[in-house]
Write a protein that binds this ligand. Structure first.
Ligand SMILES: Cc1cc2nc3c(=O)[nH]c(=O)nc-3n(C[C@H](O)[C@H](O)[C@H](O)COP(=O)(O)O)c2cc1C
Length: 173
């Protein structure tokens, strides 16, 4: 049987969300899924994928816009596939300690796409980040890397379990 093919698409400004996407991919590949990781802006067509994981960095309560545009652009195709969503945001340990509900706009996207799940992971903001506010946060000593590798891998493991137990992959022609 051909492996299920999974796309992980991310919208990032400073790279934290891309890193999370890579960790999710590592877990899915270890579980035998054929997995691509791509910047959301670079994906033209998702027809070849059986499932999609979409993540965005949070900026003032919204996803970085490449993630939002991806959801809009591929809305019809996404609605026909299992979709999982994640956000990368809080610059403290809160996301490791409790469930943080999606921001309002992200929640709307989750409803529209009938997403299987959404999770908020801790974010990261470190030296070299772009933007005035980012530099201010760093100057105040409030940056850091709060991405929880174990939590991310465990979430990805759940996706792999669901996909491995599901129907045959689509015919990619
Ligand atoms: C200007 C700015 C606004 C932010 N707004 C939020 C926010 O509304 N909610 C949140 O949880 N994190 C917020 N953060 C933290 C980022 O979401 C976090 O650094 C995230 O991991 C960034 O992802 P990226 O590097 O992939 O762009 C903000 C950071 C900056 C610099």
């Amino acid at each position: 049987m051909t492996a299920q093919r999974v796309l992980i698409a991310y919208g990032t400004k400073n790279g934290a969300t891309a890193g999370i996407a890579e960790w999710i991919a590592e877990e899915l590949r270890e579980q035998g899924l054929d997995t691509d990781v791509r910047s959301a802006a670079s994906v033209r067509d998702i027809a070849a994928y059986d499932a999609v994981v979409l993540g965005g960095g949070l900026y003032a309560g919204r996803w970085q816009r490449d993630a939002t545009s991806f959801a809009r652009r591929h809305r019809e195709a996404l609605a026909q596939r299992p979709v999982w969503l994640f956000s990368s945001g809080p610059l403290d340990a809160s996301a490791s300690e409790r469930d943080i509900p999606p921001a309002r706009g992200v929640s709307r996207i989750a409803d529209r796409l009938d997403a299987r799940d959404h999770v908020t992971f801790g974010g990261s903001l470190t030296e070299g980040a772009q933007g005035f506010i980012a530099r201010q946060i760093l100057k105040q000593g409030k940056g850091g890397d709060f991405r929880d590798h174990e939590q991310i891998r465990a979430w990805a493991h759940g996706i792999a379990t669901r996909l491995s137990g599901s129907a045959q992959p689509a015919d990619h022609g």
